[in-house]
Structure formats: C-alpha cells, structure tokens
Write a protein that binds this ligand. Structure first.
Ligand code: GAL
Length: 711
C-alpha cells in the first residue's frame, strides 16, 4: 500500500515536472521576441493574415531589451492544453484583447476570444478576437494561436503569488472585494503548443507600431477610399444606382464609391457571385457608367456558395461538412479553392472594373455558421477555421488587387491578428453610437480599422451627430441597405451634414499622410488617447487619493477614456452624442487649440465644452500643421494638381511631412511617392513664418498658402 502511494506521488511529480516548459525567447526582429512552445501548430493567425515584416521601419524604432522579467513568465503544457502566465504590476492597465465596444482597459476581465458578431457584452466574442494586449507599462504580448483562447487579464490569484491581495474579513471590513487584486495575466490555449510574441515599446504607441510593422504595417487606401461612400438598398438595380449617383451630383455631395448590397447576385444567402440578369442586365456597361462619374463599385458578398452558382460544382469537394443557409463553406486553406475563387471573381468582377468587396457573415453567429463539429477537407478544425476565416478571405481578395496593381478598400465583419496590412474596415449590425466610438478607440490597439457607419436615426440631432463621427473615421459611410436613407434625409441638418462631409474632403492631404504613417511606421490613423505619448498615467498615487475637486485630470485619465480619440498626430476628435449638449474633453500635455477658430482651449486638463450642433469638436496641438485642400466631391483624378492650404495652430514652431503618391496603384512600393517637409519657424521679430517647398509635392501645386489660425 505504502509503496503504491510513494509510486503514485513520484508519478504525479514527474507529470508536473514534464508539464513545465522551458522557453527560449529569440529576438526575431528589433524589439520583437518570439517563442515557440510545445508542438508547432499547422495554422496560426499571423500566417492566415499573410503579412510580411517591414524590417527597415522596425530598425528606426529605439533599441530595447526584453521588457518583462523572463523568470516571471510561466508556460506549461498539460493534457494537450497550453497554460501561460505573464506578470502584472500594480498600476498597470491592459489594452487590446479584441475589438471591444464598451471598455478600454481590460485589466480585471475574463475574455474568451472567439470569433463572433458582437453580442452586446465585452466578453471576448468579437469581430476581431485578437489575442494581443498592450500594457500601459510599454510592452505587448501576442498569442499567435488560431484557437478559442481564454484570457484571465488580471483576475486569478495563485497560491504562490508574489504579490497576493490583502486578506480581508467580509464580516468586519467594508473594503472586502469579491474580485481581489491579481498580479498576473493567465491564458489558456486549447492546443498542445503555440507561438508567442513579446513586443517592447518603450511607449504603448511603439508597442503597437512594432506589432503592426511585424505584419507589414497598415494598409494605405486608395485616395477614393477616403472619400464618401453610400451603400444602396438591397434590391436596387443598376438604373436605380445610377440615379442615386446622379442625385449625389445634384446635391453636390461627396461620393467616391458606392456599395452594392445583396441584390446584385442572381441569388443571395447563399451567394452565386454572378450578376442578376434582371436588375443588372449589363454589368460592364454599368461599371463603365459609374467610372465615367468617377465612382467605384464595392460589391457585398458572403462567401457561402449557392447551388445555383456555376462555382458550386467546381468547389463541391473543397468545402466543409456543414452548410450555411444551404451554401457550401469553402476551405480557403486549400490553394485550389482559392484559385477557383480567383478565376470566378476575376472573370465576373475584377476584369470589368469592380473596385472592392464587402465581406459579410464571416464572423458568426453560432447558430448559422458552421458548428465546431464541422470538418474540412484540409483537416483544419472548425475552430481554427472560425478564427481565421475573415483574415483568409481578406488576404485572398487583397492579393487579386495587388496582382493587377490596383489598390482596393472594402469592408469585412471578421478579422484577427496581423491584419493591419489588409485593405478592409470592420463594421457590424450593432448600432450604439457611443459604443461605436469605443470600438474606434480599441481598434487602434489591435491593428484593425473600424467604421461607425450610419444607417438611420430617430432624430435630426442623432443623424448629424452620427454623420460627424462617420466622417472622422476610417470610412465615411451611410449603409442604407435596409433604410434607404440619404445624407439629406433630415432636411433640418442637411447643410451641417454636407459641411462635415466637405470638411473630410478638405482634410484629404492630412488623412492620406496619416494613413501613410500607418503603412510606413505602423502608427494607427485613428487612435486611442492611451497611445498618445505620456498620456497613460504612470503615477504611483493610490486610487483613493484622487478626487474630482483637487485633481480631476488625474482622475479622468485613470478611467477608461473611450469617447474621444486622435486622428493622426495632431487632431483630437471629441464626438458629440444625441441628447448631450455639453461634454468633457481630456486634453493631453501641451497647449491645445480649437480647430475651427484657432483659439486656445486648455493644456493638460479637463475642459467642458458646449459645441453647436453643426460642428464636431476638434482640437489641434500646439505647433500642429494641418494641410488642407479646397472642397472637391471626389478624390483627385490622375494628373490633377490641387492647391494646398497649410493651417498652423498655436504659438510653437512645428513641422509636417506631407506624403503623396498616385493615390491608386502600388507603385509607391517601388519608390514612386513624395515626402515634402513643411515647417513653421519664428523669424527675428518672433513672428511665425512657414516655408515654401523647393519642389512641388506630387499631387499639388508648388506655391502653398499658409494660414496662422492662432493670433
Ligand atoms: C448584413 C450586414 C449589413 C447588410 C445586410 C444585407 O449582414 O451586416 O450591413 O449588408 O447584411 O443583407
């Protein structure tokens, strides 16, 4: 008996010993360490997204050392699952971990990162369940596994914790908490191994830059992609769409691309990817007529193949065991499936001028996508397929456009890690304006883009407030598929809607340069305040020491800042929401100025504003230079040269490196672009003066007009 006991103890300790995995962290790229633990997996998220590292840009970032205590990272593999533990410090905040809609700091949350349509709660089920977190202490961690990963972001407390919570007696202590302090992030990966990455900063922004650059940097949209887009009602015919385009012209309202919803397919849900002969009798003529109006077409689809499609018999043996709405679910991990899609889509769409796609329904819900018991011919599990599907479809279509040297820009409902380089913006069917802004804030941590699309509104006030947000986002869009709304649907605010759409068009040089920085430096174009240098609170003051009277600013930055964001380096956007006449804005360090008037508004503080209905509050940092052009309805045509106006704000000298290229091909990758440095200095009398460029920037006339906004 005794011997048996000893033997079983010996056996148990052996198992635990074997479970402990030693890890080798290899600095694969500057400031990025990789470790492969356990069994190498056949699929990974980064591989599905297909990005290629931008080494030269990574080399520009500061040299660093491994940002965590290696000894405090624990990795075990037990019964086919990988257990990870990373250390946490007391005042650390954690950002990222999927496209969350309601919270920014994820510390203290449990997230089951599972591809899905957002269901109203930040629980990990999301359109981009990216297993990447950025710490306020300036490092990041990515678990590159195409699995349903559970992250305990500072919730569990271990017996062997180095910094255990205080023991409290609930009988007597009012401070007793059901969720005591935790000093670790713990992760469960349901696979017998995974790849891991640790990213150094030193700032949270540099962490994000490294993460994006590992995957090729962000996508640079064609210029038309930054113009306005309208998505038409589902059953609109080619004639209806041409009339819609004409009415935008009559209203003199910006329009660069039009979204064609399910009715273009001869059958949808599942789809044929073939034009419906009654509504679209002559697709090529239709696309040519649109092109003659300077408008590009974006086609809606879900990838599930209808039995009525000529693609059906060809892909039949290359699809999963389960159907979606009776359509086949293609196995896109197979090169043959991708080739068949390419042939079908090239022939029917790309060859006749389709500008891009909206890839719908690749996220979920559970009750209509393939279940986890589905099998696929490649042997890829249903779970892996679910986590990677959106990335694979994005990558596949992006490649087609890259091959024909034409930039595209579209929409997708599912994405994942490493997707920054892909030409897609995430959207969904949820419709809470405030939560849409929080999603925009959160998108910046995880290398995805998000649009707070406008569909319908109860009041004119809601309509203008939503339109303002959409115009200050990666894609300025009305999605009228169900409601048939137009920019001028609420006549009371029609002028204000046009004003903000025109303002977006005027800001094209600024926005395009901002996107170029996404591409070249990995800096997200629309970004959380937490990514602004020095903005994340680093003080050691304890929570109780803050109060709203003595240090409101300190208190505000401790909270989740989820209703304001940066567009590029210099413009702070503080959207307004229906029913609210005033709001608070947190201004980071340095002086800040009103975009519209140039007036000083504050510095390193919390301000209260009461903006008029027709203006979205925008603020510019001291020394900020904002390049603008006259109002145009559309992005510039080839060879067009526009005059530049450069607005300078504040009293400080400043500079702005304007980026430009042809706006539509990938020739910039071979060096066909211009970078022009604009700067403002003080002359001998202390007066601010701006320079004139030595050679004209690519798409602009040489002589620029300087406007000094602040007196
Ligand atoms: C939804 C999608 C909408 C619209 C609609 C058309 O799934 O989210 O934006 O495209 O399908 O049926």
């Amino acid at each position: 008996m005794k011997i048996l006991k000893i033997l079983s103890i010996l056996f148990l300790s052996q198992t635990i010993l074997r479970a402990q995995t030693s890890v080798v962290w290899k600095e694969t790229y500057p400031g990025i360490w990789k470790a492969v633990v356990g069994q190498t997996q056949r699929h990974s998220l980064l591989q599905a997204a297909g990005g290629h590292v931008n080494l030269s840009a990574l080399q520009q970032l500061p040299k660093t050392t491994f940002p965590l205590d290696k000894g405090a990272i624990e990795i075990k593999i037990i019964q086919g699952k990988t257990y990870l533990k990373f250390p946490l410090q007391r005042d650390e905040q954690l950002f990222g971990l999927g496209l969350n809609f309601q919270s920014v700091n994820q510390r203290g949350r449990i997230l089951n990162l599972h591809m899905d349509h957002f269901g109203g709660k930040d629980n990990g089920r999301s359109h981009a369940p990216v297993p990447f977190y950025v710490s306020s202490k300036g490092y990041g961690v990515l678990i590159d596994a195409a699995q349903y990963i559970t992250v305990y972001a500072g919730t569990g407390v271990r017996v062997d914790s180095k910094n255990p919570p205080e023991l409290q007696d609930r009988n007597t202590n009012k401070k007793w908490s059901a969720q005591p302090y935790s000093d670790a992030v713990e992760v469960l990966v349901p696979a017998n191994g995974t790849s891991l990455y640790v990213f150094a900063g030193p700032s949270p922004m540099q962490v994000v830059q490294r993460y994006n650059l590992l995957n090729g940097g962000g996508y640079l949209p064609p210029k038309w992609g930054l113009g306005f887009t309208q998505r038409v009602p589902t059953l609109y015919s080619q004639d209806d769409i041409l009339k819609e385009v004409a009415s935008f012209e009559e209203h003199d309202f910006p329009l660069d691309f039009i979204g064609v919803e399910p009715g273009w397919h001869s059958m949808s849900y599942p789809c044929t990817f073939e034009w419906d002969p009654t509504r679209f009798p002559s697709p090529k003529l239709f696309l040519d007529q649109l092109a003659a109006k300077g408008v590009s077409a974006n086609l809606w689809l879900n990838p599930y193949v209808s039995p009525k499609s000529s693609l059906y018999p060809l892909v039949k043996n290359l699809t999963g065991s389960h159907t979606v709405w009776n359509g086949l679910v293609p196995d896109f991990t197979l090169a043959k499936t991708r080739q068949l899609y390419k042939d079908h889509f090239t022939k029917n769409h790309l060859n006749i001028g389709v500008g891009g796609y909206k890839i719908d329904e690749v996220d979920g819900y559970d009750n209509w996508v393939w279940p986890d018991v589905a099998t696929f011919p490649s042997g890829t599990s249903a779970e892996q397929m679910r986590q990677m599907y959106g990335s694979m479809v994005q990558q596949m279509t992006a490649d087609w456009y890259q091959e024909i040297n034409k930039r595209t820009y579209g929409l997708v409902r599912a994405s994942n890690a490493g997707a920054a380089h892909l030409p897609f913006v995430i959207y969904n069917d949820y419709y809470n304006h405030k939560d849409f802004i929080t999603a925009l804030v959160n998108s910046s941590f995880i290398g995805v883009l998000w649009t707070p699309e406008v569909r319908a509104s109860k009041t004119a006030e809601e309509w203008i407030r939503r339109m303002q947000s959409a115009c200050f986002s990666p894609m300025a869009m009305i999605n009228a598929w169900a409601d048939g709304t137009k920019p001028w649907t609420f006549p009371e605010v029609a002028d204000a809607v046009k004003e903000v759409a025109n303002l977006r068009m005027r800001l094209l040089p600024y926005m395009y340069t901002t996107f170029a920085a996404y591409r070249r430096e990995g800096k997200p174009p629309f970004r959380a305040m937490q990514l602004v240098d020095g903005f994340v609170d680093q003080s050691t003051m304890e929570r109780g020491q803050f109060d709203a009277t003595n240090n409101p600013y300190q208190m505000a930055i401790r909270k989740d800042i989820k209703d304001q964001y940066m567009m590029g380096d210099d413009i702070l956007v503080a959207p307004m929401f229906a029913g609210e006449k005033t709001r608070q804005v947190i201004l980071p360090k340095g002086k800040w100025f009103d975009f519209y008037t140039g007036a000083f508004v504050g510095e390193n503080q919390l301000i209260k504003i009461e903006p008029p209905l027709e203006k979205i509050p925008l603020f510019v940092r001291d020394g900020g230079i904002i390049p603008m052009v006259p109002v145009h309805r559309q992005a510039p045509k080839s060879g067009e040269k526009w005059p530049l106006e450069l607005r300078h704000y504040g009293q400080a000298p400043g500079s702005f490196m304007l980026y430009d290229d042809d706006g539509k091909t990938f020739d910039f990758e071979k060096g066909a672009y211009s970078l022009t440095r604009f700067s403002v200095q003080k002359d001998a009398q202390g007066k601010l003066v701006g320079n004139q460029p030595e050679i004209a920037p690519m798409g602009y006339v040489k002589e620029v007009k300087w406007v000094f906004m602040t007196n």
